[in-house]
Design a binder for this molecule. Structure first.
Ligand SMILES: [Zn+2]
Ligand SMILES: [Zn+2]
Length: 296
C-alpha cells in the first residue's frame, strides 16, 4: 500500500497567515532554506486507484490539485473512497465543507468527533444541507475495511481542553493502524499524541512505517516565542526534542520509516539547515514535506 502525505504542517500551515516567527519569515523571504507546507492530512491506497483520506484539511482543494492520483476521471467520478478523522479539530475537518460539490461524503469518525461536528463546530449540520453525508461510526479497537486496506482506530489519551464540552474522553482523539492484508505490512498515522502511554506504544509494535506528531520542538515553544500562553501538552502534543521528547522515545524503535507530520510553523526542524533538523536526521527519522509518498 501507499501512504501519501497531502499536508505536513500543523494547524495554520507554513507560513501561517498571521505569524512572523523565524520559520514563517524564512518561507516568505527565502533567507533560510525551507519549504512551504499545507495543513495536516494523508491519503492511503492499496491499489493507487481508490484513496482514503485521513483528515480533511482546509487546504484539501490545493492538496488534491497537486496530486494526480486524486484527479477525477470522466464526468465527476473521483478516486476519493472515504474520509476518516482522527478528531474534530478545525484544521482536520474544515476541508469537509470543500468536498460538498461531490456526490456525498463517506465519513468515518468516532461518535465523540461526530458530536463535535454536529453540536460543536456545526460543520456537519451545514455540510448536510449541501450533500449527503454517510457517517460510519469508528469504534476504537474494531477494524474495518476500505479500499482494500484494513483500518483500526485506537484511543490516544488527551488532556486537551474540551472546547465544546460535548462530553466523554473515549474517541476524542484516535490514531489509525492501517494494514494491507495482501502484504501484511502496516503503518500508523498519529498526528496528535500527547504522551506515548503503554497502550499507544503497543500500537507501534511490528509496523513498517510511522507518521507521527511533530508539532513543536520544545514544550513551551509558543510561550518562548511570545506567541501564545499554551504549552504543546496543553494542546495535546508531545514535543519532539529534549529528554522525554518523541525523538528520544521513537528513534530506537525498529520501524523502517519514521516520519514527522503535523509540524507547527514554529518548530525549528522545518528549517533545512537547523541543528534541530540535523538531530532528527541523525536519529534516523524524517521531517515530511507535502507530497512525500511512502510505499509501505
Ligand atoms: Zn491539527
Ligand atoms: Zn510562524
Amino acid at each position: 500500500m501507499w501512504v501519501r502525505v497531502l499536508g505536513s504542517a500543523a494547524g495554520g500551515g507554513f507560513p501561517q497567515w498571521n505569524c512572523g516567527c523565524p520559520g514563517c519569515r524564512a518561507v516568505r523571504d527565502g533567507r533560510r532554506p525551507t519549504t512551504a507546507r499545507t495543513q495536516s492530512s494523508i491519503a492511503v491506497s492499496a491499489d493507487r486507484k481508490r484513496w482514503v483520506v485521513i483528515n480533511a484539511s482546509p487546504d484539501v482543494r490545493q492538496q488534491f490539485a497537486a496530486f494526480p492520483g486524486m484527479h477525477p476521471g470522466d464526468g465527476r467520478v473521483t478516486p476519493l473512497e472515504a474520509v476518516l478523522l482522527t478528531d474534530a479539530e478545525i484544521d482536520h475537518t474544515l476541508g469537509l465543507m470543500l468536498l460538498r460539490e461531490g456526490r456525498g461524503v463517506d465519513l468515518h469518525c468516532t461518535a465523540a468527533s461526530h458530536d463535535v461536528l454536529r453540536d460543536g463546530t456545526g460543520l456537519l449540520t451545514a455540510l448536510e444541507k449541501y450533500c449527503p453525508v454517510r457517517w460510519s461510526e469508528v469504534v476504537p479497537g474494531t477494524p474495518f475495511s476500505l479500499g482494500d486496506c484494513e483500518f483500526r482506530a485506537f484511543d490516544v489519551p488527551t488532556a486537551k481542553h474540551d472546547r465544546f464540552g460535548t462530553g466523554g474522553d473515549s474517541g476524542r482523539v484516535v490514531g489509525y493502524r492501517i494494514t494491507d492484508p495482501d502484504s501484511g505490512r502496516s503503518a500508523v498515522y498519529l498526528p496528535g499524541v500527547q504522551e506515548l502511554t503503554p497502550s499507544v506504544r503497543d500500537e507501534l509494535d511490528g509496523i513498517d512505517a510511522l507518521f507521527v506528531d511533530g508539532t513543536t520542538w520544545v514544550d513551551d515553544e509558543m510561550i518562548q516565542l511570545g506567541l501564545a500562553q499554551k504549552t504543546a501538552r496543553d494542546m495535546g502534543h508531545l514535543a519532539v526534542g529534549g529528554p522525554g521528547g518523541s525523538l528520544e522515545l521513537l528513534s530506537p524503535l525498529p520501524i523502517g520509516r519514521k516520519v514527522y507530520v503535523h509540524v507547527n510553523n514554529t518548530n525549528p526542524m522545518l528549517l533545512d539547515d537547523s541543528p534541530e533538523r540535523g538531530q532528527v536526521v541523525d536519529a534516523g527519522m524524517e521531517v515530511a514535506e507535502d507530497g512525500l509518498e511512502v510505499e509501505v
